[in-house]
Design a protein around this ligand. Structure first.
Ligand code: XUL
Ligand code: CO
Length: 453
């Protein structure tokens, strides 16, 4: 489906219309080469599979500033001394961009959309004003909110954390912000609500009571869950794991850590995971690993699509252009039956050196094309089932006789001992890693690029 392009009082991206699918032969940088929203792959359209979202923060707030220098991109929506005027302009620019990109969803932090006021009440009112305008633009264009969240990491009061702050007074501010962000998410029909624990962690163990902080985090999330449900939020709460940056240690290290935490606090029915590729790599995993762990636990909620830089491992939030990553991620997402009410959110920013407004479009087009290609390749891999069949064959000894009894919990450790003692040395069975990796290459570079693909 095509969203009605939105242009407010001022057009912020003049000369750029709605991005169209022109196919692999096109040389037009402002066209899709692979993402064809209505194309059906494996029974669903590309739009339904991928559920792309544009994020507010990198695309409309970040200007390229880094610790060594100021921003390199002037934002034409950021020209007034009045922060609320800028916020309204930014909203118009954002909806113009979303609809020109023709993505179905967007995501935002409270403070991306509306400026902090001089009091809790003023901040709430600023947000409510912008949410009202966003709702009007959603209704006019058909855009939907994938998820909302609260920024509990930028304001200096949160330097020691939000929910895990050692000072209860700060915890109350975190509560006020999450309450208002939940109100905003519900008002906008948000399908999910995200907690990314940016400063929920510690810098030094010598001054930190980690047991207390983790307990506070569990209590805080429970309060948020209860409040959200009480105001009619029917969507999924998501935790976005990340091991570090900005803290030295963040509590939500990776998928498996978060899964254990949610189960410990009885939150596993309401919460799932939002897996960000670059957070997984920062934790020393691949993004496929964190996705698979979430799927195995029945807790894959959504994806923050991006990539890191393999040379330094930082959280560089680059657009996802590495096809090996995208294909391996899509194999897992498709095998899991898709993302449900989650989506692929581009938590990605253009480089400091990419200074044209047009680069924002080119970057999103590249990321969408990468995942569209990955979808086609992964669908073919999964439906032809070669890899899956080999994987299953490696476990075939558990489908019969004692292997089956082991899985059913019918054997003891002594039984295992007797079976080993009475059996002969097991044969070595090759894991054939090089073969399975070659199969991936075959699909990526020949099988799916032929006409049949
Ligand atoms: C930071 C990050 C956040 C979350 C939302 O690394 O990924 O933008 O996605 O707070
Ligand atoms: Co993210």
């Amino acid at each position: 489906m095509s969203r009605t392009p939105f242009v407010g009082q001022q057009e912020y991206f003049p000369g750029i219309g709605q991005i169209q699918y022109e196919g692999p032969g096109s040389d037009n940088p402002l066209s899709f080469k692979a993402y064809d929203a209505n194309k059906v792959v494996g029974g669903k359209t590309m739009e339904e599979h991928l559920r792309f979202a544009v994020c507010y923060w990198h695309t409309f707030c970040a200007d390229g500033a880094d610790p060594f220098g100021p921003g390199t991109r002037a934002h034409p929506w950021h020209t007034s001394d009045d922060k609320m005027v800028n916020a309204r302009n930014k909203l118009d620019a954002a909806f113009e961009f979303f609809t020109k990109m023709n993505v179905p969803f967007y995501c935002f932090h409270d403070r991306d959309m509306a400026p902090e006021g001089n009091s809790v009440a003023e901040s709430e009112s600023n947000l409510a004003t912008l949410v009202g305008l966003a709702k009007e633009r959603q209704d006019a264009t058909g855009m939907k909110l994938l998820w909302g969240t609260a920024n509990l990491f930028s304001h200096p009061r949160f330097m020691n954390g939000g929910a895990t702050n050692p000072n209860f007074d700060v915890v109350t501010y975190a509560g006020a912000q999450v309450k208002a962000a939940l109100d905003a998410t519900v008002a906008l029909g948000g399908q999910n609500y995200v907690f990314w624990g940016g400063r929920e962690g510690y810098a030094c163990l010598l001054n930190t009571n980690t047991a207390k902080e983790l307990d506070h985090l569990g209590r805080f999330l429970t309060m948020a869950r209860d409040y959200g449900r009480s105001i009619g939020f029917k969507g999924t709460f998501l935790i976005e794991p990340k091991p570090m940056e900005p803290m030295y240690h963040q509590y939500d290290v990776d998928s498996q850590t978060v899964i254990g935490f949610l189960r410990q606090h009885g939150l596993e029915k309401d919460f799932k995971l939002n897996i960000e590729a670059n957070h997984a790599t920062l934790a020393g995993h691949s993004s496929a690993h964190d996705l698979q762990m979430a799927v195995d636990a029945g807790m894959l909620g959504s994806v923050d699509a991006n990539r890191g830089n393999p040379q330094n491992g930082w959280d560089t939030d680059q657009f996802p252009m590495d096809m090996y990553d995208c294909v391996q991620n899509m194999i897992i997402v498709l095998a899991a039956g898709g993302l449900g009410n989650g989506g692929f959110n581009f938590d990605a920013k253009v480089r400091r050196e990419s200074t044209n407004l047009e680069d924002l479009f080119v970057a999103h087009i590249g990321g969408m094309d990468a995942y569209a290609r990955a979808l086609v390749i992964a669908d073919r891999i999964n439906s032809e089932g070669k890899l899956e069949a080999f994987k299953a064959s490696r476990y075939s000894s558990f489908t019969k006789a004692n292997g089956q009894r082991f899985e059913a919990g019918e054997l003891s450790l002594s039984d295992l001992r007797d079976m080993a003692a009475n059996g002969s040395e097991p044969a070595l069975e090759s894991g054939k890693q090089e073969w399975v990796e070659s199969i991936l290459n075959d699909y990526m570079f020949s099988r799916c690029s032929s006409k049949r693909g």
